[in-house]
Every structure is written in structure tokens, then in C-alpha cells.
Write a protein that binds this ligand. Structure first.
Ligand code: NAD
Length: 356
């Protein structure tokens, strides 16, 4: 028997095609009169911000902030907060991936303003009350109910043109949230169902998107799976895989989704025997006769994602330091954390070898 305590916190969620048009109604619902649109400084994201400004109406948009960058540096937040206050904003709309949602969360927790998140990747941050912030090069994570967005608007149309180099690592990033939920020490039956459904949806959707990147049903499955993944991440503790990725991203500056992609099969291999029940459920969910870590490694090969930490720019001499950091931190994980075994895992991931 598994005992558990569970309290669900899932934002109001709108999912479909063309749902971007509903952002204006959601803003009104939250009694916001002057929202700050948050996005990134590139043509695609700016065009999206202008489209949303037209939907909401110029009078209800106080300004556009394009400063969102990965890992939510505190100086960027401080500047954005000063700007938001100077234009008398009273609400936040984030338009983009995890980096953009992260900046809006950082502002929401400092102001208490409502936040409508419009995600355009599969990172899953929009469904969590968790915020990672970087101060003086050190990334720390905190959780607060005020960090959880009030509403998520998922519009499948916004993902149709996502390029392969973003789609596949971002999809594997979402898979990782579901996988680690399934062997979490704080798992409960609801999240187990959510995690397995996320894995099934994302795994098959990514395979379809390889040949048909604009297939609406596959895009909907990938985005719906990403929502499930975010719900998993929000409700149960993650293990070794997330710790390693946090270390590699935070201390060595590796890119977020790509790092998750390279590490996932290896972290699953490390935990395989200690979490055999969860692994077998994953194998059943994706219909694989291979062991789950091999099945995911093969999936990544087929999708053409990065396969090694070497190609992400990690220096070989940093592996020992990464193993030290990951083995020193205390967190629940199915297999005991052993520095030498972690170093072997990292060496295999660095070389791009198949998982153990
Ligand atoms: P990202 O938000 O940095 O986006 C990556 C790039 O893709 C950017 O250049 C962006 O402009 C572009 N982009 C976004 N959507 C696009 C689309 N549909 N088509 C084309 N280009 C698009 O990357 P990410 O992986 O989504 O997010 C990573 C960040 O999110 C990290 O800082 C990570 O720590 C954070 N994160 C936080 C949580 C949480 O719960 N706190 C969960 C997951 C990720």
C-alpha cells in the first residue's frame, strides 16, 4: 500500500485551436485593465505580442516587455518590475516558452498581479508554482502559490511552425517530468495516471511530428502531453534526472531542453532496477519490447536530437565537478546516489553512448 497526501493546484486551463482570441476575456475575468505583455525580442514572438495587443485592445495593454531570457536572471526581473510599475500595469500575459513564463512568474510573485500564460513550447512551467531564478550566476528554485499562473491558454496553432530543433528537445523535456513523476517518492494514483497519459501522448506525437510537423492532431497531443507533464512537475517531487539537469544548466550553462534530452535515457538507466515497476508501466504505455531507457534513446536517435553532453559544449574535465554536486545534494531517488556511478552515467552521456 502506498500512503499519500494530495492537494491539487491546477490553473484554469483553456485548450484548443484559435484559443488565443480568448485571452481578452480571460484578462477581463481577472479584472485586469492594463496588462503587461511579456515575450522575447525576436520577430516571431514580437508578432505574437502585437496579435495579442490587437485581441485585447490597445487601451488594455500597458506595455510590452521583450527581455525574457533563460534561467530568469534577477537583474532582468528588477528592470522589468521597474518598467511594469512605471506604466501602472495591473496584470501579466506571458507569450512564449519557459523563459518567458519564468519572467512573468518572477513579476507575479513580487506584485501579486494575475498572470495569464500562453505557452508556445512544451516546457510545462505554466502549470507549476515553481520558479528558478539566477542571482550572481547561482540558480535557486522556490515554490509559492503566488507563482502559479491564474489561467493557461493553450493554442495548438501557436505550435504548428515550431522548428524540429525546438520541438523534439522540448517534447523530451516534457517526457522527463512524466517519467520522474512515475517513480517519485510522493507519487499518488491521480498523478500516476496523468504521467502515463502524458508519456503515451508525447511519445507517439513526437514520432508523428518527425514526418508531419504540422499535423494538428499530433501537435495537440504533444501540447496536451506537455500540460500533463507540467501538472506532474507541479505535484510530486522529481529525482536524479532533474537534479543532474539543474546542475548542468545552472553551474555549466548548458541549454535547458537539450540537456534534459541527453540525460533522460541515462538517468532512467541508472534508476531502472530500483524503479522496475514504473519502467514496466512506461514500456507498456509506449508499446515497447525494449527496456524504457533504450526505447527513449532510440526515439531520440530517430528524431535527430542532440545525443551527447559533448556536443552541448560541456568540457570533459567538468564531469567530475558535476558528479560531486549531484551526489552531495540530498533528494529522494529510487537508486541510491553513488558518486562513482554518477560519474559513469555522466561519462556515458558526455560520449553519447547508449544508456546502461
Ligand atoms: P525558451 O523559453 O528559452 O525558448 C527557447 C527558444 O524558442 C526561444 O528563442 C524562443 O523565442 C523560441 N520559441 C518559443 N516558442 C517557439 C515556437 N512556438 N516556435 C519557434 N520558436 C519558439 O525555452 P524553454 O525550453 O521553453 O524554457 C526553458 C526555461 O524554462 C528554463 O529557464 C527552465 O529553467 C524554465 N522551466 C521552468 C519550469 C518551472 O516549472 N519552473 C519548468 C520547465 C522549464
Amino acid at each position: 500500500m502506498r500512503a499519500f497526501t494530495f492537494e491539487a493546484h491546477i490553473p484554469r486551463t483553456i485548450f484548443g485551436q484559435g484559443t488565443l482570441k480568448q485571452v481578452g476575456d480571460e484578462i477581463k475575468r481577472l479584472n485586469c485593465k492594463r496588462v503587461l505583455l511579456i515575450t522575447q525580442d525576436n520577430e516571431r514572438q514580437m508578432a505574437l505580442a502585437h496579435e495579442v495587443r490587437d485581441i485585447i485592445g490597445e487601451a488594455n495593454v500597458a506595455g510590452i516587455c521583450v527581455d525574457a531570457v533563460m534561467h530568469t536572471p534577477e537583474d532582468v526581473t528588477t528592470k522589468a518590475l521597474a518598467y511594469a510599475k512605471s506604466i501602472n500595469a495591473d496584470g501579466l500575459v506571458s507569450l512564449g516558452g519557459g523563459s518567458t513564463v519564468g519572467l512573468a512568474k518572477a513579476l507575479a510573485v513580487r506584485t501579486g498581479w494575475p498572470h495569464v500564460a500562453v505557452p508556445t513550447t512544451y516546457a510545462g512551467s505554466e502549470a507549476t508554482p515553481v520558479l528558478g531564478e539566477t542571482v550572481n550566476g547561482l540558480k535557486t528554485t522556490r515554490s509559492d502559490p503566488k507563482i502559479l499562473p491564474n489561467t493557461i491558454v493553450y493554442d495548438v496553432d501557436l505550435t504548428l511552425t515550431m522548428p524540429a530543433f525546438l520541438t523534439f528537445p522540448s517534447g523530451i523535456n516534457a517526457l522527463a517530468h512524466c517519467v520522474e513523476a512515475l517513480y517519485s517518492a510522493t507519487l499518488n494514483p491521480i498523478i500516476e495516471g496523468v504521467g502515463l497519459s502524458g508519456i503515451t501522448q508525447i511519445y507517439h506525437a513526437l514520432l508523428k511530428l518527425k514526418d508531419a510537423p504540422t499535423d494538428v492532431d499530433a501537435r495537440a497531443d504533444a501540447l496536451g502531453g506537455a500540460w500533463a507533464a507540467g501538472v506532474c512537475l507541479a505535484h510530486v517531487g522529481m529525482g536524479l534526472h532533474h537534479k543532474l539537469c539543474h546542475t548542468l544548466g545552472g553551474s555549466f550553462g548548458l541549454p535547458h531542453a537539450e540537456t534534459h534530452t541527453v540525460v533522460l535515457p541515462h538517468a532512467m538507466g541508472y534508476n531502472y532496477s530500483a524503479a522496475k515497476g514504473a519502467m514496466e508501466k512506461i514500456e507498456h504505455a509506449i508499446g515497447s519490447s525494449d527496456k524504457a531507457p533504450t526505447a527513449f534513446w532510440n526515439l531520440e536517435k530517430k528524431l535527430g536530437t542532440p545525443m551527447s553532453l559533448k556536443e552541448l559544449g560541456l568540457k570533459k574535465e567538468d564531469l567530475a565537478k558535476a558528479a560531486d554536486i549531484a551526489s552531495k545534494a540530498q533528494y529522494p531517488n529510487p537508486a541510491p546516489l553513488d558518486r562513482e556511478k554518477l560519474l559513469t552515467l555522466l561519462e556515458n552521456a558526455w560520449e553519447g553512448n547508449p544508456p546502461a
